[in-house]
Write a protein that binds this ligand. Structure first.
Ligand SMILES: NC(=O)c1ccc[n+]([C@@H]2O[C@H](COP(=O)([O-])OP(=O)(O)OC[C@H]3O[C@@H](n4cnc5c(N)ncnc54)[C@H](OP(=O)(O)O)[C@@H]3O)[C@@H](O)[C@H]2O)c1
Length: 244
């Protein structure tokens, strides 16, 4: 698929990997809808920067952590608002996520529910809202290279991302032939930016190079441009997923 002239919705697009995806899509000639939750100012600043560079860009707000199982409404509202400002959508990038380190014995039901709402339920409902409105398009889900591991340090997060990987393949079949659904599974690209956090250790990497945001973006663009790849997951992790 030619990206030029297409319209993309990127969730959590105001900062970090999401912002890099928005910038790259705009550079390819896409019109970009930047979804944000708390980052209203960074989202507006990014949209203004993209517009200064000649792209069409809009922002839409939305909290997927509703606490009352209203994530489907929230997701539908985000897609509806995106269509209202941009006219249509061709691409959905499910990038928004939360990452809390919780081991099994410390995982509360509340923590599990919160992680699942943002990291699994929201992408599912967004895919549904997208596919109900558009018969053709592209979906990318941001996963995590740890979907192949059994690391015990972030149990609710990893479970949600493992499920999103399965959902990626399920949706690829369900939404064919018009919509492709693929995943990008980054390794340790950016440290979680909690206040005062220093760069986290990248852990063992077979290729001994820390993967970059730009490599994640390249994989997403490759998948978006393909007409014949669906249900595929590209690990951008210097081989870390092979270590289990
Ligand atoms: N960073 C890495 O090294 C790494 C490694 C493996 C996988 N990944 C995956 O790659 C993707 C991007 O990573 P990242 O580190 O750039 O992500 P991030 O900074 O942790 O989160 C991206 C965005 O998600 C949005 N978000 C969080 N809670 C939300 C909620 N309740 N409702 C709606 N949006 C919400 C936030 O938007 P606002 O700022 O507007 O609130 C945030 O900016 C994620 O899916 C992540 O799991 C990243």
């Amino acid at each position: 698929m030619q990206l030029k002239g297409k319209t993309a919705l990127v969730t959590g697009g105001a900062r970090r990997i999401g912002a890099a995806l928005c910038e790259a899509l705009a550079a390819e000639g896409c019109r970009v809808v930047i979804h944000y939750n708390r980052s209203a100012h960074p989202a507006a600043a990014l949209a203004a920067r993209l517009r200064r560079n000649g792209a069409r860009a809009w922002t839409v707000p939305g909290d997927f952590r509703t606490g009352d199982y209203q994530t489907s409404r929230s997701a539908d509202r985000v897609v509806r608002q995106a269509v209202a400002v941009a006219g249509r959508l061709d691409i959905l990038v499910n990038n928004a996520a939360v990452f809390d380190k919780q081991r099994l014995l410390r995982s509360t039901a509340e923590a599990v529910r919160a992680e699942w709402e943002v990291n699994l339920l929201a992408p599912l409902m967004l895919m549904q809202a997208f596919a109900r409105r558009f018969k053709r398009g592209r979906i990318i889900n941001l996963l995590d290279c740890r979907i192949t591991s059994h690391q015990p340090d972030a149990v609710p997060y990893i479970l949600a991302k493992k499920s999103l990987a399965d959902l990626t393949r399920l949706a690829a079949l369900e939404l064919a032939p018009g919509i492709t659904v693929n995943g990008v599974a980054p390794g340790p690209v950016l440290a979680a930016d909690a206040a005062g956090a220093t760069r986290e250790s990248a852990g063992p990497l077979p290729l001994k190079i820390r993967p970059t945001v730009q490599e994640v973006v390249k994989a997403a663009l490759f998948l978006l441009k393909s007409d014949v790849i669906t249900g595929q997951i590209i690990f951008v992790d210097s081989g870390r997923h092979l270590l289990g």
